[in-house]
Design a protein around this ligand. Sequence first.
Ligand SMILES: [Zn+2]
Length: 238
Amino acid sequence: MSEHLSPLALDELAVGDPNDAAKAHLDGCASCRLKLDAVKAAALQVRSMPGFEQTFAALDTERPAVAPPKKPRRLWPALVAVAVPLAAALVFLVMSPRDDGSRLKGAPTVELLLKDQPVTTARPGDTVTLAVGGAGKTHVLVLAVDASGVVSRLWPQEPQSAPIGAGARVSLSPSFDVTPGSLVLVGFFTDASQPAAPVLSAVEAQIAIARAAGRSPFQLELPTTFGRTARVTLEVAP
Ligand SMILES: [Zn+2]
C-alpha cells in the first residue's frame, strides 16, 4: 500500500480495527500518523456531544471488500471464457448484485444529498439530507453504523419505521450536520410500520459476526428478515 490511508481506513484504525496493510503503512508514514491522531481526537469530541445520534453525516462509495459485489467478480472470468453471445446476460449478472444500494430499477435506495446532489464523501460541517427510494415499499427505517460498530437510529426519530412518499428519491427531514467519522447507513423498507428495536439488534448481531470473521463493522451483511434493504457508506474526510 503506497497511497496514503483513506478517511475510511483512518476511521477504522481509530477504533482499533485490525487491518494489517493499514497498520504497516502507518508505521512508515508520519503524515498518516498525524491524520490518525486528528481523527481520534475528533471522535472523542463527537462522542461527548449531546444529541450525538442526530448529528451525523458524510459518505463513501461501497468498499470492494463488501460481500455482495464480490460474487460477480469471481463469475466474470469464467463467463467470459464461455461465450460472447452471453454478453448481454453478463452485463445483467454484473449489475444485478448491486441491487443493494445502487440505482438499479426496482431496488430501494438510501442516499445522502449535499446541495441536492448525491454524495459519497463529505466534510465535517457540511449539511446533508437523507433521501430514500422505496421502490414500492411504503415505510422505512434508517440506521447508522459507525466505525466502532455502534448502531443508532437515524430516521425517523420515533422508534419504528415511518411512511415515506412514493418516488425514486424522496428527501427526508430534518437535514444532518456532518460530524467526523465515517458511517454506513442502512435502510429497511417494508409495507407497514415495524418496531426499530429488533432490527437494531439484528444489525448489531451481524456486526458481531463480521468482527468474528476479522472484518470491520462496515462490512456487515444485512439481515434479510426485516424487509428489503439498501445501504450506503458515507466517508467523512478529516
Ligand atoms: Zn500515508
